[in-house]
Design a protein around this ligand. Sequence first.
Ligand SMILES: [Zn+2]
Ligand SMILES: [Zn+2]
Length: 292
Amino acid sequence: MNIREFIDSLTPEQIEEGNKRQLEENRKVYEEFKAAYKKGICSLCTQPLDFFEESNPCFHWFLKPKGIKKKHFEKYLVQPIGFFQFDSYIRWIANLEVPLKNINDLKDEMNPAKITEYTVRYKNIEWSINIGKTDRQGHSNSKNADFPHFHLQMTVDGYVFLKFNDFHIPLSDQDVFMFRLVEEASDKVLWKNTYGAGMSILEDEEFLEEVDSLMKRTDDWDNAPFHTSTLIQMPEGETMSEETLENLFNESKETGTPVRHLIKRYYPQASIVTELRPGNSVPEISSRNKRK
Ligand SMILES: [Zn+2]
Ligand SMILES: [Zn+2]
Protein backbone atom coordinates (compact mmCIF):
# COMPACT_ATOMS: atom_id res chain seq x y z
CA MET A 1 0.00 0.00 0.00
CA ASN A 2 1.39 3.41 -0.80
CA ILE A 3 1.24 6.34 1.60
CA ARG A 4 -1.70 8.01 -0.12
CA GLU A 5 -3.81 4.84 0.04
CA PHE A 6 -2.88 4.34 3.67
CA ILE A 7 -3.96 7.89 4.61
CA ASP A 8 -7.17 7.60 2.59
CA SER A 9 -8.03 4.31 4.29
CA LEU A 10 -8.14 5.90 7.76
CA THR A 11 -11.58 6.68 9.19
CA PRO A 12 -12.25 10.11 10.76
CA GLU A 13 -12.41 8.37 14.16
CA GLN A 14 -9.01 6.77 13.66
CA ILE A 15 -7.55 10.14 12.66
CA GLU A 16 -9.06 11.90 15.66
CA GLU A 17 -7.90 9.18 18.02
CA GLY A 18 -4.40 9.27 16.50
CA ASN A 19 -4.18 13.06 16.77
CA LYS A 20 -5.40 12.98 20.37
CA ARG A 21 -2.83 10.40 21.36
CA GLN A 22 -0.07 12.32 19.57
CA LEU A 23 -0.99 15.63 21.24
CA GLU A 24 -1.10 14.02 24.66
CA GLU A 25 2.28 12.35 24.09
CA ASN A 26 3.79 15.68 22.89
CA ARG A 27 2.43 17.49 25.92
CA LYS A 28 4.02 14.98 28.28
CA VAL A 29 7.41 15.10 26.59
CA TYR A 30 7.28 18.91 26.46
CA GLU A 31 6.39 19.27 30.15
CA GLU A 32 9.36 17.05 31.08
CA PHE A 33 11.60 19.05 28.77
CA LYS A 34 10.49 22.37 30.28
CA ALA A 35 10.79 21.21 33.91
CA ALA A 36 14.33 19.90 33.29
CA TYR A 37 15.32 23.04 31.35
CA LYS A 38 14.38 25.22 34.29
CA LYS A 39 16.87 23.25 36.39
CA GLY A 40 19.57 23.53 33.72
CA ILE A 41 19.24 19.82 32.91
CA CYS A 42 18.71 18.03 29.59
CA SER A 43 15.55 15.92 29.77
CA LEU A 44 16.92 13.44 27.22
CA CYS A 45 20.18 12.42 28.90
CA THR A 46 19.64 13.92 32.39
CA GLN A 47 23.04 15.65 32.28
CA PRO A 48 23.54 19.38 32.91
CA LEU A 49 23.02 21.44 29.73
CA ASP A 50 26.51 22.97 29.98
CA PHE A 51 28.29 19.61 30.38
CA PHE A 52 29.07 16.91 27.82
CA GLU A 53 30.53 13.44 27.80
CA GLU A 54 32.22 12.23 24.62
CA SER A 55 30.70 8.76 24.87
CA ASN A 56 27.17 10.06 25.37
CA PRO A 57 26.13 12.24 22.39
CA CYS A 58 22.89 14.14 22.78
CA PHE A 59 20.92 17.04 21.25
CA HIS A 60 22.13 19.30 24.05
CA TRP A 61 25.57 19.18 22.41
CA PHE A 62 24.12 21.74 20.01
CA LEU A 63 23.94 24.19 22.93
CA LYS A 64 27.75 24.12 22.84
CA PRO A 65 28.51 22.85 26.33
CA LYS A 66 31.91 23.85 27.70
CA GLY A 67 34.87 22.36 25.84
CA ILE A 68 32.96 20.84 22.93
CA LYS A 69 34.72 21.01 19.56
CA LYS A 70 33.73 20.40 15.98
CA LYS A 71 35.58 17.06 16.02
CA HIS A 72 33.10 15.73 18.59
CA PHE A 73 30.30 16.22 16.08
CA GLU A 74 32.18 14.28 13.41
CA LYS A 75 31.46 10.95 15.08
CA TYR A 76 28.01 11.98 16.31
CA LEU A 77 26.58 13.12 13.00
CA VAL A 78 27.36 10.08 10.83
CA GLN A 79 24.31 8.31 12.29
CA PRO A 80 20.73 9.58 11.95
CA ILE A 81 19.85 11.76 14.93
CA GLY A 82 16.11 12.01 14.14
CA PHE A 83 15.42 15.20 12.22
CA PHE A 84 11.91 15.82 13.58
CA GLN A 85 13.01 15.28 17.19
CA PHE A 86 15.96 17.60 16.64
CA ASP A 87 13.63 20.18 15.12
CA SER A 88 11.43 20.03 18.24
CA TYR A 89 14.43 20.28 20.55
CA ILE A 90 15.79 23.51 19.07
CA ARG A 91 12.34 25.08 18.62
CA TRP A 92 11.27 24.29 22.17
CA ILE A 93 14.41 25.62 23.76
CA ALA A 94 14.26 28.77 21.58
CA ASN A 95 10.66 29.39 22.63
CA LEU A 96 11.51 28.87 26.29
CA GLU A 97 13.97 31.75 26.01
CA VAL A 98 11.55 34.05 24.14
CA PRO A 99 8.37 32.85 22.43
CA LEU A 100 8.03 33.01 18.61
CA LYS A 101 10.56 35.65 17.64
CA ASN A 102 13.59 33.33 17.88
CA ILE A 103 12.30 31.22 15.01
CA ASN A 104 12.22 32.47 11.45
CA ASP A 105 10.33 29.84 9.50
CA LEU A 106 8.44 32.26 7.27
CA LYS A 107 7.55 30.54 4.00
CA ASP A 108 7.69 33.92 2.40
CA GLU A 109 11.41 34.22 3.17
CA MET A 110 12.36 30.65 2.28
CA ASN A 111 13.89 29.65 -1.02
CA PRO A 112 10.84 28.04 -2.70
CA ALA A 113 13.03 25.45 -4.41
CA LYS A 114 13.90 23.98 -1.01
CA ILE A 115 11.89 21.44 0.95
CA THR A 116 12.57 23.54 4.00
CA GLU A 117 14.94 26.24 5.14
CA TYR A 118 14.72 28.09 8.45
CA THR A 119 16.74 29.60 11.27
CA VAL A 120 16.31 29.17 15.02
CA ARG A 121 18.08 31.28 17.63
CA TYR A 122 18.76 30.53 21.29
CA LYS A 123 20.77 33.12 23.22
CA ASN A 124 24.03 33.60 21.24
CA ILE A 125 23.54 30.52 19.06
CA GLU A 126 21.78 30.21 15.70
CA TRP A 127 20.95 26.98 13.91
CA SER A 128 19.98 27.06 10.26
CA ILE A 129 18.40 23.99 8.69
CA ASN A 130 18.58 23.38 4.99
CA ILE A 131 16.94 20.55 3.03
CA GLY A 132 16.78 20.60 -0.75
CA LYS A 133 15.12 18.01 -2.97
CA THR A 134 18.42 16.28 -3.80
CA ASP A 135 19.37 16.22 -0.10
CA ARG A 136 16.20 14.32 0.70
CA GLN A 137 16.90 11.84 -2.08
CA GLY A 138 20.64 11.70 -1.59
CA HIS A 139 23.15 13.18 -4.04
CA SER A 140 23.26 10.30 -6.53
CA ASN A 141 26.63 11.23 -8.00
CA SER A 142 28.32 11.67 -4.64
CA LYS A 143 30.38 9.06 -2.85
CA ASN A 144 29.82 10.30 0.68
CA ALA A 145 26.28 11.70 0.43
CA ASP A 146 24.24 9.29 -1.71
CA PHE A 147 21.72 8.82 1.11
CA PRO A 148 18.85 11.04 2.36
CA HIS A 149 20.24 13.75 4.64
CA PHE A 150 19.90 17.32 5.83
CA HIS A 151 22.33 20.20 6.21
CA LEU A 152 22.88 22.32 9.29
CA GLN A 153 24.79 25.49 10.02
CA MET A 154 25.50 26.54 13.57
CA THR A 155 26.85 29.94 14.52
CA VAL A 156 27.97 31.12 17.95
CA ASP A 157 28.22 34.86 18.59
CA GLY A 158 27.83 35.34 14.84
CA TYR A 159 30.81 33.12 13.97
CA VAL A 160 30.29 29.90 12.05
CA PHE A 161 30.97 26.88 14.25
CA LEU A 162 29.48 24.18 12.00
CA LYS A 163 29.23 24.87 8.25
CA PHE A 164 26.37 23.70 6.03
CA ASN A 165 28.81 21.58 4.05
CA ASP A 166 30.59 20.06 7.02
CA PHE A 167 28.02 17.29 7.44
CA HIS A 168 25.44 15.30 5.55
CA ILE A 169 23.36 14.34 8.56
CA PRO A 170 21.47 11.15 7.59
CA LEU A 171 17.68 11.16 7.78
CA SER A 172 16.24 8.20 9.68
CA ASP A 173 13.71 5.86 8.04
CA GLN A 174 11.05 7.57 10.15
CA ASP A 175 12.19 11.01 8.92
CA VAL A 176 11.98 9.85 5.29
CA PHE A 177 8.49 8.47 5.94
CA MET A 178 7.38 11.75 7.58
CA PHE A 179 8.64 13.85 4.67
CA ARG A 180 6.82 11.55 2.26
CA LEU A 181 3.63 11.90 4.31
CA VAL A 182 3.81 15.68 4.26
CA GLU A 183 4.52 15.71 0.53
CA GLU A 184 2.25 12.97 -0.77
CA ALA A 185 -0.72 13.71 1.45
CA SER A 186 -0.24 17.46 1.93
CA ASP A 187 -4.02 17.99 2.03
CA LYS A 188 -4.37 15.67 5.02
CA VAL A 189 -1.08 15.85 6.89
CA LEU A 190 0.21 19.00 8.48
CA TRP A 191 3.70 19.40 9.90
CA LYS A 192 3.00 21.50 12.93
CA ASN A 193 4.85 21.90 16.15
CA THR A 194 2.57 22.63 19.10
CA TYR A 195 5.21 24.18 21.37
CA GLY A 196 7.64 25.10 18.62
CA ALA A 197 5.71 27.70 16.65
CA GLY A 198 7.74 30.42 14.97
CA MET A 199 7.07 33.52 12.91
CA SER A 200 5.22 31.47 10.29
CA ILE A 201 2.30 31.82 12.67
CA LEU A 202 1.79 35.11 10.77
CA GLU A 203 1.12 33.06 7.64
CA ASP A 204 -1.57 31.00 9.34
CA GLU A 205 -4.98 32.62 8.84
CA GLU A 206 -6.38 30.54 11.66
CA PHE A 207 -4.08 32.18 14.21
CA LEU A 208 -3.86 35.75 12.94
CA GLU A 209 -6.78 37.11 14.91
CA GLU A 210 -5.70 35.31 18.05
CA VAL A 211 -2.15 36.64 17.70
CA ASP A 212 -3.47 40.16 17.19
CA SER A 213 -5.80 39.99 20.20
CA LEU A 214 -2.90 38.99 22.48
CA MET A 215 -0.61 41.81 21.38
CA LYS A 216 0.61 44.53 23.71
CA ARG A 217 2.21 47.79 22.74
CA THR A 218 5.88 48.44 23.50
CA ASP A 219 8.30 51.31 23.06
CA ASP A 220 11.17 48.85 22.79
CA TRP A 221 10.99 48.55 19.01
CA ASP A 222 14.22 46.64 18.57
CA ASN A 223 13.12 43.74 20.72
CA ALA A 224 9.49 43.50 19.69
CA PRO A 225 8.57 40.20 17.99
CA PHE A 226 6.10 41.93 15.67
CA HIS A 227 5.66 45.21 13.91
CA THR A 228 2.19 46.38 13.13
CA SER A 229 0.88 49.21 11.05
CA THR A 230 -2.76 50.12 11.07
CA LEU A 231 -4.95 52.08 8.73
CA ILE A 232 -8.08 53.48 10.34
CA GLN A 233 -10.84 54.94 8.24
CA MET A 234 -14.07 56.62 9.30
CA PRO A 235 -17.23 56.46 7.17
CA GLU A 236 -17.49 59.33 4.72
CA GLY A 237 -18.34 62.66 6.37
CA GLU A 238 -17.45 61.50 9.90
CA THR A 239 -14.32 62.44 11.83
CA MET A 240 -12.72 61.57 15.14
CA SER A 241 -12.41 64.20 17.82
CA GLU A 242 -8.93 65.28 18.74
CA GLU A 243 -9.73 65.01 22.41
CA THR A 244 -10.95 61.41 22.16
CA LEU A 245 -7.86 60.45 20.20
CA GLU A 246 -5.61 62.00 22.81
CA ASN A 247 -7.37 60.06 25.56
CA LEU A 248 -7.06 56.94 23.51
CA PHE A 249 -3.31 57.29 23.04
CA ASN A 250 -2.87 57.98 26.74
CA GLU A 251 -4.92 54.96 27.69
CA SER A 252 -2.85 52.84 25.31
CA LYS A 253 0.37 54.07 26.89
CA GLU A 254 -0.86 53.35 30.39
CA THR A 255 -2.43 49.96 29.79
CA GLY A 256 -0.30 48.60 26.95
CA THR A 257 -3.40 47.89 24.88
CA PRO A 258 -2.75 48.80 21.24
CA VAL A 259 -4.63 51.89 20.01
CA ARG A 260 -6.28 49.83 17.28
CA HIS A 261 -7.99 47.67 19.91
CA LEU A 262 -9.24 50.69 21.87
CA ILE A 263 -10.61 52.50 18.87
CA LYS A 264 -13.43 49.99 18.36
CA ARG A 265 -14.86 51.01 21.70
CA TYR A 266 -15.07 54.70 20.79
CA TYR A 267 -15.72 54.38 17.08
CA PRO A 268 -17.35 51.03 16.29
CA GLN A 269 -18.14 52.36 12.81
CA ALA A 270 -14.45 52.82 11.90
CA SER A 271 -12.86 50.37 9.50
CA ILE A 272 -9.52 49.09 10.76
CA VAL A 273 -6.93 47.32 8.63
CA THR A 274 -3.81 46.05 10.38
CA GLU A 275 -0.69 44.63 8.84
CA LEU A 276 1.44 42.33 11.01
CA ARG A 277 5.08 41.90 10.13
CA PRO A 278 8.04 40.19 11.83
CA GLY A 279 9.95 42.61 14.07
CA ASN A 280 13.60 43.70 13.76
CA SER A 281 14.81 41.17 16.29
CA VAL A 282 13.68 38.12 14.30
CA PRO A 283 16.75 36.38 12.82
CA GLU A 284 17.26 36.32 9.06
CA ILE A 285 17.03 32.88 7.46
CA SER A 286 20.62 31.91 6.78
CA SER A 287 20.52 30.43 3.30
CA ARG A 288 22.89 27.81 1.93
CA ASN A 289 22.89 29.04 -1.62
CA LYS A 290 23.05 32.76 -1.85
CA ARG A 291 20.10 34.24 -3.65
CA LYS A 292 20.03 37.50 -5.50
ZN1 LIG B 1 21.27 15.80 26.66
ZN1 LIG C 1 23.25 17.66 0.54
